[in-house]
Design a protein around this ligand. Structure first.
Ligand code: SF4
Length: 225
């Protein structure tokens, strides 16, 4: 498997662990606020090849407990489960970030990884704005994670216009019965679409209102704002 980038150290991407982060190229969605849009929509060489990555990670083992696979959308790559197994064989904790549109690959990965973060980006109807015509696969992935085979979180980046007070009601229903749901602040400065660059982030009191609603459906709400 090849990757578009490697962040050697992160204290934010794996709960309570020091992690390295790998960025998989390409994505099936086209979110106008994507902060990794260059690698998501138009990944360009040079790519980091698997052998090189494994060599680097082996060297960093004394500093890093965990590897986070993010993107882009890692589950687009059919060779992902094999690569994750190689990371586990080397003794790392492994976390997978996904947008949920590849439930079959996700299902295989659940036998390997230690933690999954799945994005619930907006209500189902608005996924069309992100480039998805059909959300059945997303709904399948949500249900697979709720089976609790592996610790997981749902996450929602609270992008104004995409996540309104009305939309949060449906997001709550999708999340119903989940263990953890994280609300993340939107970063307008990195958005590829100028319209989104100009949007004002939600104020803390609005985010609190979202969190209050969500807390009735999930066991724990985490705020990353
Ligand atoms: S799913 Fe994630 S990586 Fe893909 S376009 Fe949306 S924000 Fe970017």
């Amino acid at each position: 498997m090849k990757f578009s980038g490697l962040q050697k150290t992160s204290l934010l991407d794996y709960p309570d662990k020091v992690a390295s982060v790998l960025f998989a190229p390409g994505c099936n969605l086209h979110c106008a606020y994507c902060h990794n849009w260059e690698i998501a929509t138009n990944p360009q060489p040079p790519f980091l090849q698997e052998a090189t990555i494994l060599e680097i990670l082996e060297e960093r083992k004394k500093y890093v407990d965990a590897i986070v696979i993010t993107g882009g959308e890692p589950c687009m790559h059919k060779e992902l489960p094999k690569f994750l197994a190689k990371l586990k064989d080397r003794g790392f904790f492994v976390k997978l970030d996904t947008n949920g549109f590849y439930p079959d690959v996700l299902g295989v990965c659940l036998n390997i990884v230690d933690y999954v973060a799945l994005d619930i980006k907006t209500c189902l109807e608005k996924y069309e704005q992100l480039g998805a015509q059909d959300t059945n696969n997303l709904q399948k992935s949500i249900e697979i994670l709720k089976e609790d085979k592996v610790p997981y979180e749902f996450r929602t980046t609270i992008v104004p216009e995409l996540v309104t007070l009305q939309n949060i009601e449906q997001i709550c229903k999708l999340s119903e019965g989940s263990k953890i749901h994280a609300l993340q602040q939107f970063m307008p400065e990195n958005a590829p679409d100028k319209h989104y660059q100009k949007l004002q982030r939600y104020a803390p009191e609005v985010i609190d209102e979202f969190a209050n609603k969500l807390s009735k459906y999930t066991e724990k709400v985490i705020l990353r704002i």
